[in-house]
Design a protein. Structure first.
Length: 161
């Protein structure tokens, strides 16, 4: 079971609870789309596995490597790697100290997991306004994900409200 993998990697209990909440949110969003539910399940439950090593932004890269090590494959690894906010551009990645490449969610499964994560604060549901306000407080000269978060919301949520 995936929860056991999170425990084996020494993820804090709050990360495990948050990951379960992301999975539940992702299922709800996925009901409106034709997606691979195994990717949604594995990607959402493992999206923060890198927090077993760090709570910094690089947790997505570390988590991706852990997923590959544990045999989950590249599709899951990409979901983990690309789940931060609305994604990170190559130019931003360099300035953030990440390997220089795009970390923008591309597949529908990547987008659903990323935005499910956006719509939670810990394990609590939040609305898009809360999410935007949270990210605006984190904006700096080299990373502004708000437009990309709004775009995900417009694509995944608004048509079904």
């Amino acid at each position: 079971m995936i929860i056991n993998i999170l425990k084996e990697e020494n993820c804090p209990e709050w990360v495990i609870n948050h990951s379960i909440a992301v999975y539940k949110k992702a299922i709800k969003i996925s009901n409106n789309f034709d997606v691979d539910m195994d990717l949604i399940k594995h990607g959402s439950l493992l999206h923060d596995i890198g927090r077993s090593k760090t709570n910094g932004i690089e947790h997505a890269i570390i988590g991706s490597k852990i997923a590959i090590k544990d045999g989950f494959g590249w599709k899951i690894a990409k979901i983990i790697e690309r789940h931060i906010g609305g994604g990170i551009l190559r130019s931003e990645a360099k300035l953030l100290g990440l390997p220089e490449r795009d970390y923008i969610p591309v597949t529908l499964e990547e987008k659903i997991v990323a935005h499910s994560d956006n719509l939670l604060n810990g394990s609590d549901d939040v609305d898009i306004n809360f999410t935007i306000k949270k990210w605006k407080s984190k904006i700096n000269n080299y990373h502004d994900p708000v437009k990309r978060i709004k775009k995900l919301h417009e694509e995944l949520i608004l048509p079904f409200q």
